[in-house]
Write a protein that binds this ligand. Structure first.
Ligand code: BYC
Length: 333
């Protein structure tokens, strides 16, 4: 019902304002002045659409992202590791919920967004279509995947859309803790037996390239970047963030005593950047097309969870209806 009200609100918000050049110019002037856009403010339909797309994909990524790590909760090597991993996976769920709530303020209901994911119409981050084969993968995900997520999300704290920017502040704080717990797992393995260090190396070998793909296609092929930059949704381009991530992460890997699976990786003294080899964009396209190693498994798990949770949604809706009827009776009395 809450969602219906929001949807109705969205329709009403859009109708009184004709999408003329004047309205668009006033909107752009607000963006240029670094003003935050809030849910009840006028916004171009395309701004609403692009944010709904990005925030809902981000929410789906958090929820699907629980699956590869959830795979290791029962097999964590100690109680301390299990407690930390459980807390991390719960945090991801919380991030998904803030993000769905932020996206709902744009007028699309959570049910519609979830249906789009389950029907395969919505994307989620390519990274979560890779398997977690060993315990070291939990370290690599925290260190690299959360590290990449932070690099991408810190600038989103300054995104022009208020609810998204505010959600990102808390998300980034939690991601920072996740990144450290992942790095600490890697450090422990790298200081352990040769077998443990080899396990950490193998995880880095498998996760490195998919992590570089998380930042999206190269700038020359990024269809949304120009407009999203103009609207200050994006503050850095895909390639800029990818480079920042490589520059921050390579020294961390070397400190662990690990090598990167890239023969072309070298430090350029003149630019002060780590140069890296060609990313396999064909693999990226395949994963986005649903043909990654775990795409089918991930969607099947989400669909099953959704079906298994139907009774919870029914019970919550029945309870809300009961409360509403009780409140109405009290008001009438
Ligand atoms: N995977 O024009 P572009 C996390 C799509 S972290 C899948 O550059 P944009 C977590 C893109 O959607 C991960 N799809 O797009 C971490 C577009 O397709 P559509 C989630 C991708 O939006 C740890 C097309 O390719 N983070 O959740 O300007 C533990 C063209 O791309 C990917 C976010 O979502 C990809 N890697 O830039 C647990 C951050 N890359 O929509 C959880 C917010 C691109 O036209 N999102 N595509 O069909 C963003 O910052 C931006 O949306 C992106 C892409 C940088 C990802």
């Amino acid at each position: 019902m809450y969602t219906q009200a929001l949807n109705a609100g969205a329709a009403e918000r859009e109708t009184p304002f004709v999408e003329d050049a004047g309205a668009a110019a006033r909107f752009q002037a607000r963006i240029d002045a670094e003003e935050r856009i809030e849910p009840n403010d006028w916004m171009p339909a395309a701004y609403r659409k692009t944010l709904t797309r990005q925030i809902s994909q981000h929410a789906h990524s958090e929820i699907v992202g629980m699956l590869p790590e959830g795979n290791w909760i029962t097999r964590a090597p100690s109680l301390r590791r299990k407690a930390a991993l459980l807390a991390k996976v719960q945090d991801e769920c919380g991030h998904g919920l803030y993000l769905y709530a932020a996206a709902e303020t744009l007028g699309t209901s959570r049910e519609e967004m979830v249906d789009a994911l389950l029907e395969g119409r919505a994307k989620y981050s390519s990274i979560f279509n890779y398997p977690t084969l060993t315990w070291a993968d939990i370290g690599a995900i925290g260190w690299l995947v959360d590290g990449a997520a932070i690099m991408n999300q810190i600038p989103l704290c300054r995104c022009s859309y208020g609810p998204y920017a505010r959600a990102m502040i808390r998300v980034c704080k939690e991601e920072s803790f996740h990144q450290r717990q992942g790095y600490e797992i890697m450090l422990t393995l790298c200081r352990g037996t040769p077998e443990q260090k080899a396990m950490a190396q193998d995880a880095l070998n498998r996760w490195w390239w998919p992590c570089l793909m998380m930042f999206g296609p190269p700038d020359s092929q990024s269809q949304h970047s120009d407009q999203s930059t103009k609207w200050k949704i994006k503050r850095f381009s895909n390639d800029e963030l990818r480079q920042k991530f490589v520059d921050a992460t390579v020294p961390q890997g070397h400190y662990l005593g690990l090598t990167f699976p890239d023969p072309d990786l070298r430090f350029n003294e003149e630019t002060g950047h780590w140069e890296f080899g060609e990313i396999d964009w064909d693999e990226f396209r395949q994963v986005l097309a649903g043909n990654g190693p775990c795409n089918r498994e991930r969607l099947a798990a989400r669909r099953k969870a959704h079906e298994d949770g139907a009774w919870v949604r029914d019970a919550a809706a029945a309870y809300a209806e009961k409360r509403r009827a009780r409140t109405e009776m009290k008001v009438a009395a």
